[in-house]
Design a protein around this ligand. Sequence first.
Ligand SMILES: [Zn+2]
Ligand SMILES: [Zn+2]
Length: 156
Amino acid sequence: MNEEENWLHGKQIECPNCHQWLYRVDHSPFYDEYFWYCNRCPIHVEISYYDPVVRQVEQQVRQASEARQGEWFVTFVRALEERLKPCRCGGSFRRDAPRRCFTCHAPVISDITISVDLYPGWMNYDSEPDASSEVQAEHWTAQFTRTKDIWQDVHL
Ligand SMILES: [Zn+2]
Ligand SMILES: [Zn+2]
């Protein structure tokens, strides 16, 4: 892959603790989801931009912070974080939580100044997927991502 194709800065990195290979990549602007990460374990939650709860919170926050343009996003993030169910480990999902190793759970990327996602090293999309890597990917997804039943009880 040349630099131009690699515009999301995908790169193999090594866990500093257990030396497992991992793959970091900027969060694609073409995704319609936020990926927010547990503050204690490697699980992340995927939150659709079109989720009714997201829409509702966004509208409330925009109205409330009309006087302070530009600050609404910070308030929005905090409000959404509070609505999410805790992770099954007991941690909370946060936009800027460290990205953690899937094997040893050590924080691998702690400076979340831009939105970055972390995957296992074998999931780097440089190689053509075969049947066994698809099964492996499904297994990983089931273990480390949450896409359903993500909200605390809400009354819309
Ligand atoms: Zn590790
Ligand atoms: Zn967790």
